[in-house]
Design a protein around this ligand. Structure first.
Ligand SMILES: NC(=O)c1ccc[n+]([C@@H]2O[C@H](COP(=O)([O-])OP(=O)(O)OC[C@H]3O[C@@H](n4cnc5c(N)ncnc54)[C@H](OP(=O)(O)O)[C@@H]3O)[C@@H](O)[C@H]2O)c1
Length: 322
């Protein structure tokens, strides 16, 4: 099969479009003929930093397509099922192997492209806001990088829950687009001090919750933006900034910091989160939420596709098609 592979970590230029061996189906796995590949924010970080599982390595942890082979211990998936899958690596290819337990049947009425963009971004946004963040009606929430896929999911879910939604992005044009998705107040954190802006918009109180996918200095400022007893949820390191946090800053104001990691099939929480993602897929099929796709590249242009995501110009998810 064809795949976008690399032999060492680095920028988008490390990708090669090559013939590689087809994946092998384990007892509890399915093999998917891939039709749509979501470029997840974590795929960029993995390509830059994380050790390669194989050489050459196929990055990528989310794709959708049609089941081609079913492992002998799998009884709830059939050849021909349309599924979306989360996998440890291997989505940037014509075929991918995934644990069957980490697949979802794509509901009737939902496109393969929309489905490909849902589980991690939306499941994680839900966990940040409601499980770790305990968001309630009338709370105030600050969501960083609102124009990214996780951010756009969080903005919509927070608005549906009745919260007042503050959002950051690094340019005004993408902030303007976010109004249609539930943003109440936008802050361009590339030019404005977002802590000062939040304090001024909330009359010095701060917000109840921050969803922080940026990390480093931004995470420290997120904690400064919190109201008394507020919660910061750390979920990503998109800022690539290794500044360490001083936990003493949580003391004054009795603030708390929570981590969120989208559970894998080994986690005790798997069943609960898997069910939640099924509900989100159904809501998308009914048109109740908007899954935003910025654009789609052919897989053979994985270099250009990753370069585009890295440029921070995308609004929503960027996909590739084998
Ligand atoms: N813990 C978990 O289980 C989990 C699950 C899902 C995602 N994540 C993490 O959450 C983050 C967001 O994921 P995503 O899929 O929503 O990513 P995405 O769609 O690619 O969006 C990332 C956003 O981050 C912002 N950003 C800030 N600094 C950046 C930089 N140096 N390079 C690129 N983007 C930068 C950009 O918005 P602005 O330009 O507006 O700042 C961009 O839109 C990633 O770090 C990902 O690893 C973690």
């Amino acid at each position: 099969m064809k795949a976008a592979v690399y032999y060492q970590n680095g920028g988008p230029e490390v990708f090669r479009y090559e013939d590689v061996a087809d994946p092998v189906c384990g007892l509890n796995d399915v093999i998917i003929r891939v039709e749509s590949i979501a470029i997840e924010g974590g795929d960029l970080i993995n390509r830059e930093l994380r050790p390669l599982a194989k050489i050459p390595h196929i990055v990528g942890y989310q794709c959708a397509g049609t089941v081609d082979v079913v492992g002998s211990e799998v009884f709830d998936r059939r050849v021909g099922d349309r599924v979306v899958a989360v996998l440890p690596w291997g989505s940037h290819a014509q075929y991918a192997v995934a644990p069957a337990a980490d697949t979802w049947i794509v509901p009737e009425g939902l496109s393969i492209d929309m489905a490909a963009a849902i589980p991690v971004a939306w499941g994680t946004a839900y966990e940040c806001l409601f499980t770790a963040g305990r968001l309630e009606n009338a709370n105030t929430v600050l969501i960083h990088a609102g124009a990214g896929a996780l951010g756009l999911a969080a903005v919509q879910l927070a608005k549906r829950a009745g919260a007042k939604v503050f959002v950051t992005a690094s340019d005004d044009s993408r902030l303007n687009q976010l109004k249609a998705f539930g943003m109440d107040i936008g802050i361009n954190y590339a030019v404005d001090d977002f802590v000062g802006k939040i304090m001024s918009y909330t009359s010095g109180r701060g917000v109840d919750l921050v969803v922080d996918s940026i990390g480093g200095k931004t995470l420290a400022s997120s904690i400064q933006s919190l109201a008394y007893g507020g919660r910061a949820v750390t979920v990503g390191v998109s800022g690539r900034d290794s500044e360490k946090l001083d936990p003493v800053m949580l003391w004054r104001g009795n603030k708390s910091l929570h981590g969120v990691y989208f559970p894998s099939c080994l986690d005790a929480e798997h069943q609960r989160v898997h069910y939640r993602v099924s509900e989100i897929l159904e809501a998308a099929a009914r048109g109740e939420i908007s899954v935003v796709i910025d654009r789609t590249f052919p897989l053979k242009f994985a270099q250009e596709a990753h370069q585009y995501v890295q440029s921070r110009r995308a609004f929503g998810r960027v996909l590739m098609r084998p």
